[in-house]
Design a protein around this ligand. Structure first.
Ligand code: AMP
Ligand code: MG
Length: 491
């Protein structure tokens, strides 16, 4: 049986300087750990074929399937504010694109599949831990309803990779509507290759923003559209307690999907200053900084587009600034709407932002668990009992002061307690990929070759908004000794 991929590649048809043609490096003994069967079906692939030994070889990069045109994409990027003119796919290879059953073009990329001309001093490989982390978190984000790249498969390679210690090697098959980043534009801008920027912008419009084709000022419209999607995306992250951890411009997708899960993490106790990444010493990518950083990254994107705007540079800059000014309002509207939904409000009131902020402040001083506070508030809206929420606050003074204000505000709306509870439960998850759970999954896999905890965690996280009494323990925050304070890139 041959494994069939209905490839329709478009990026590989762009000019040669957009990528390097390179095949994955074969690995010793590929073993499929996980296939995302529903996603395979969505992509028009046969999950049974992918689960054969030949399928595992393809997903490990040992065999290149017919119709693939493997490339490593070129990109640049600002990493922690420092511009690096050449990054590129150093350990990822785009096999090709398929048009899925909904008519959406999707990239099929192997991550950890061997060196490329962009590897610099890296080995082109990925360790099992980060592969499992990305699988878990990206699929959880999808189930939470947040735009994200997806994970089609994880395989172990049968080879070791060397980080601080020897670790099992693995390959993740990542699916994205594209892997085009702000850094992809920066790559050409740094080389003053205006024709390439135009080619890339046209490709992005056709692929991600087809409604803009034929506009009078398509590149201005592209900037506005990318700004709108990033603003909406980061508002969703804040809604859900997600910290990306490495919001470099090379990790910012122009499609508006969350991409590149490295040292990312969800907050347990609410604190806007939370940082997890071991390499983020200055807190640049702290939880509450994310909107500001998104705007900074979008400003870098706008700079790349300036030559397409006008020959009059002053005018081009003025246009870009006008577009960038729209970010603050777009973000704030999305964020405040998210907070209203989290509080169970059906209408918008003038004092709602202050009401939400007062709760967040009470949570910070009370060290209350972010996810559980909102989930239990939904219960409290239903049954009128505030006690289960209150116990989440180490110091409940702020909560005690806040709760009557919330009750008064709810009373202004006609919804029944049941309606309110259902609406809140549809927006406030019971289950998030908590760090201590991810760490436990990774150590079982690495130390005992035991993937049962991984399977169970992804099963729970597939339905984050549903109460799952058998898995109630997964909703719990870590015990003090289980707390994970730092996450690592694992590169
Ligand atoms: P990341 O931190 O995963 O966003 O990667 C930043 C840059 O480093 C990208 O250009 C990656 O391709 C490259 N990179 C990360 N890890 C490796 C590795 N093990 N081998 C080669 N390149 C890598
Ligand atoms: Mg990256």
């Amino acid at each position: 049986m041959t494994v069939h991929f209905p490839f329709q590649n478009s990026y590989a048809a762009l000019p040669d300087n957009f990528f390097a043609r390179v095949a994955p490096t074969p690995v010793a003994a590929p073993r499929l750990i996980k296939l995302n069967r529903p996603l395979a079906v969505e992509l028009g692939l046969d999950p049974d074929q992918l689960e054969t030994p030949e399928g595992a070889e393809i997903l490990a990069g040992k065999t290149v399937p017919a119709g693939a045109d493997p490339i490593a994409m070129a990109y640049a990027g600002h990493q922690f504010g420092q511009f690096v003119p050449q990054l590129g796919d150093g350990r990822a290879i785009l096999l090709g694109e398929v048009v899925d059953i909904n008519g959406v073009r999707r990239d099929i990329q192997l991550k950890g599949s061997g060196p490329t001309p962009f590897s610099r001093r890296g080995d082109g490989r990925a360790a099992l831990g980060p592969v499992l982390r990305e699988y878990i978190v990206s699929e959880a984000m999808h189930a939470l309803g947040i735009p994200t790249t997806r994970s089609l498969a994880a395989v172990v390679t049968g080879e070791q990779v060397f980080r601080e210690t020897a670790l099992p090697g693995a390959v993740l098959t990542r699916i994205a509507t594209s892997h085009i980043r702000v850094g992809t534009f920066q790559y050409f801008a740094a080389r003053r290759d205006i024709e390439a920027i135009r080619r890339l912008a046209d490709h992005v419009i056709a692929r991600h923003y087809p409604e803009l084709t034929g506009r009078e000022r398509p590149y201005h419209a592209l900037l506005e559209a990318v700004i709108a999607r990033q603003a909406a995306l980061v508002a969703r992250w804040l809604d859900i307690g997600f910290i990306h951890g490495v919001m470099n411009t090379d990790n910012t997708s122009v499609s508006g999907e969350t991409i590149d899960y490295g040292p990312c993490a969800f907050m347990d106790a609410y604190n806007p200053a939370t940082v997890f990444s071991s390499i983020d010493e200055m807190g640049r990518y702290a939880f509450a900084n994310q909107p500001r950083i998104a705007l900074w990254n979008l400003t870098r994107f706008a700079e790349c587009l300036l030559p397409l705007f006008s020959d009059d540079q002053a005018q081009a800059i003025k246009d870009a600034e006008g577009a960038l000014d729209s970010f603050a309002e777009a973000f704030s509207n999305a964020y405040q709407a998210g907070l209203r939904r989290k509080l169970g409000l059906f209408t918008a009131g003038e004092d709602d932002p202050a009401l939400a902020q007062a709760l967040l402040e009470a949570m910070t001083s009370g060290q209350a668990d972010f996810t559980l506070t909102f989930r239990r508030l939904g219960e409290a809206a239903g049954d009128g009992n505030d006690a289960p929420v209150r116990t989440l606050f180490q110091d409940p003074a702020g909560f005690d002061e806040w709760v009557p204000r919330w009750r008064q505000r709810l009373a202004l709306e006609p919804q029944t307690p049941d309606q309110r509870r259902s609406a809140m439960h549809a927006t406030n998850p019971a289950y998030i990929p908590r760090n201590h759970r991810i760490e436990a999954v990774i150590s079982a896999a690495i130390q005992n070759d035991d993937f049962a905890p991984f399977e169970e965690l992804i099963t729970v996280l597939a339905h984050p908004y549903r109460d799952q009494p058998v898995y109630a323990a997964y909703a719990e925050p870590p015990q003090p000794e289980e707390r994970v304070l730092q996450t690592f890139c694992g590169t």
